[in-house]
Design a protein around this ligand. Structure first.
Ligand code: HEC
Length: 155
């Protein structure tokens, strides 16, 4: 190999090395930014922000604890959301008279959304479902105790 060729070879190897180094540094930088997601990057990565949920305009209703008891609502996490979203179109009693599983409550909500003009609950939906499925779940067993049957043997 002539000197010229060796020089070229060395040059190629060096440039390749520099290129690789550059790529590695970029990869590390990318991993770090994705990992730590600085504020200024958030807007790029996060999906378009979920619509801010409109809480229906304040109802005139004053929710005193007597009033809550009257309609059968219980204090608990999510109550405020239920008051804000579920008492505008019908009485809160319509809510409290019903018992559903979480799945069942979701179906009721979807039904109202599809047919009754009920709005999208956005990220509040989870909290509302938690509240409803905790406090208004189906009774674990029938309302009536099983009949006590006295068995007798046929002669
Ligand atoms: C946009 C209006 C609207 C809002 C807000 C609304 N509903 Fe309803 N909902 C209705 C209508 C209309 C009916 C049917 C009423 C009737 O049959 O008299 C209904 C019926 C119901 C029923 C009875 C369903 C059945 O199968 O009989 C339940 C339970 C209920 N709503 C719960 C809720 C809950 C819980 C919320 C809040 C998460 C809510 N509603 C918010 C409009 C609404």
């Amino acid at each position: 190999m002539g000197q010229e060729e060796i020089r070229k070879l060395l040059l190629t190897i060096t440039s390749l090395g520099v290129l690789m180094l550059g790529l590695i540094v970029m990869a590390i930088a990318l991993v770090l930014t994705v990992q730590f997601q600085p504020k200024w990057l958030e807007s790029w990565f996060s999906q378009p922000e979920k619509k801010e949920v409109l809480l229906a305009e304040e109802t005139e209703e004053e929710w005193t604890s007597e009033r809550l008891e009257e309609v059968g609502l219980v204090e608990g996490e999510g109550l405020q959301l239920v008051l804000a979203n579920c008492t505008n179109c019908h009485s809160a009693k319509l809510v409290t008279q019903n018992r559903f599983t979480r799945e069942g409550w979701l179906q009721v909500i979807r039904w109202m959304q599809e047919t009754q003009g009920f709005w999208d609950l956005g990220q509040n939906e989870e909290a509302i479902l938690d509240y409803l499925s905790t406090h208004f779940a189906p009774e674990p067993r029938g309302r009536r105790m099983p009949l006590e049957v006295e068995w007798y043997s046929l002669e």
